[in-house]
Design a protein around this ligand. Structure first.
Ligand code: UD1
Ligand code: CA
Length: 450
């Protein structure tokens, strides 16, 4: 049995934020979810979080498959673990909700170590504030908190990350024996080392190379540092895999985004959520994609797309906006100042200029002229517009939904379409033009006579 318990009961006072610390976001994803995913990527499916202050807000972001335990009073890290006593079973890894950079491979290593308690440690340049790892003959002896440490102990640079793996039985035993006899009057989980060793159990320490992995966040500035490190890691791994990132300093890619080798990310590009970018497509410059899929050999530039699906060989932009439910089949072209919402554009549809397509179906090879608007909202309800194949919609037409336009129909420019249009019809829904010949000349002559 493998389980992960994430401690997130602390107040996070120094963030000076009305929101709990762990729901602040890094690259579009709450910090607590980064930690949950570290556990999952390490092969641990059973995850629980201990929450305290503003716990409800945390519960709302963690998802249904994560158990939540409440810690009524922040009495220390051991007290937090005690709040989840019933969860402790098999091998348990303890993580912090505000330390998202630990690598899944590191957590795996901790899980696989066989000691009753395994502490993750690192040598850091500035150990202030951390618990120090006190060793004797190379073996870990105890962890001393910063405030309790002697002058000699304060000189130790190997520190406690706060991340551990335990055998549940040993952890339960330690929790029973931890007392708040210390400077802060808190239940220190770090006391488990001493308690377990005295009880004849085995304690081990695993040291990691990079101190970056154990970084937590207590202030907004530290949050921004974590953001920077996380961002660089993602970009480097994308570039290593064969993605071209033209300007890493202005490119932001979320942790759950997938980009295929051979794709090109241009400067000032933001890709978040569960987006996917296929090979040989070009995204950017100045483009935001959220939960959006871009197919092979497509181009999306200077545009904003959220919840959209772009097929192969499409062109989107500049200044296009794709909203949730926009589905562009292969070869679709959507141009400047075109907004598409909850609409399916079949193969090779063109809507190149100044258009709103909302709640619409547009058949293959249809040409949507400049300034076409689907009037999908009558002030009370939304209605659909259904446009057939190879339709030609003249510029500046208003299609008042619900309305259906048959295959191969042609709509004259400036039409307001309120009735269905049959296939192959030419439809003109506008006032007829009147030319009054010589009218201006007569007016001028009349003025001259005055
Ligand atoms: C803790 C460790 C210290 C380690 C450091 C690493 C103890 C006693 N000390 O110190 O050795 O070097 O982490 O960052 O464990 N939390 C709760 N409930 C509480 C208290 C804390 O859920 O009552 C959670 C916090 O939300 C946080 C984590 O536990 O995620 C660590 O708490 P924090 O108060 O920051 O511990 P430190 O004093 O930094
Ligand atoms: Ca801390």
């Amino acid at each position: 049995m493998k389980r992960a318990l994430i401690l997130a009961g602390g107040l996070g006072k120094r963030m000076h934020s009305p929101r709990p610390k762990v729901i602040h976001e890094i690259l579009g994803k709450p910090v607590i979810k980064w930690v949950i995913d570290v556990a999952k990527k390490a092969g641990i499916d059973d995850v629980a979080v201990v929450v305290g202050h503003n716990g409800e807000a945390v519960r709302n972001v963690v998802g249904d498959d994560v158990k939540v335990y409440f810690q009524p009073k922040q009495l220390g890290t051991a007290d937090a673990v005690k709040c989840a006593l019933e969860f402790l079973d098999g091998r348990v890894v303890v993580l912090y909700g505000d330390a998202p950079l630990v690598k899944p491979s590191t957590v795996k290593k901790l899980m696989e170590s066989e000691a009753d308690m395994t502490v993750l440690t690192a040598d850091v340049k500035k150990p202030d504030g951390y618990g120090r790892i006190v060793r004797k003959d190379g073996e870990i002896l105890k962890i001393v908190e910063d405030v309790e440490a002697s002058v000699e102990e304060l000189k130790i640079h190997e520190v406690n990350s706060g991340i551990y793996a335990f055998n549940a039985d040993a952890l339960r035993y330690a929790l029973k024996h931890i007392t708040p006899n210390n400077q802060k009057g808190e239940y220190y989980l770090t006391d488990a080392v001493d308690i377990l060793l005295k009880a004849g159990k085995s304690v081990d320490a695993v040291k990691i190379e990079s101190e970056l992995e154990i970084l937590g966040m207590n202030t907004q500035e530290e949050l921004s540092l974590l953001f920077k490190i996380a961002r660089e890691r993602i970009l480097i791994s994308l570039m290593d895999s064969g993605v071209t990132v033209e300007d890493p300093t202005s490119t932001f890619i979320g942790p759950d985004v997938r980009v295929e080798p051979g794709a090109v990310l241009k400067p000032f590009t933001f890709v978040y959520g569960s987006s996917f970018i296929a090979s040989e497509s070009i995204v950017g410059p100045e483009t935001t994609l959220i939960d959006t899929t871009v197919g092979e050999k497509s181009l999306v530039y200077r545009s904003e797309c959220n919840g959209a699906k772009v097929g192969k060989r499409c062109s989107v932009g500049p200044f296009s906006r794709l909203r949730p439910g926009a589905i562009l089949d292969d070869g679709v072209k959507v141009g400047n100042y075109v907004e598409v919402k909850n609409s399916h554009l079949f193969e090779s549809v063109k809507a190149q200029h100044l258009t709103y397509l909302g709640d619409a179906t547009v058949g293959a090879e249809t040409n949507v002229g400049a300034g076409t608007i689907t009037c999908n909202y009558d002030g009370k309800k939304k209605s659909r517009t259904t446009i057939g194949r190879r339709v030609f919609i003249g510029s500046n037409s208003a299609l008042v939904a619900p309305v259906e336009i048959g295959d191969n129909a042609m709509i004259g420019a400036g039409s307001v379409i309120t009735n269905d249009v049959p296939s192959y019809a030419l439809t003109l829904g506008r006032a007829r033009q009147i030319n009054k010949e010589g009218w201006v000349l007569k007016k001028m002559e009349a003025n001259d006579e005055k």
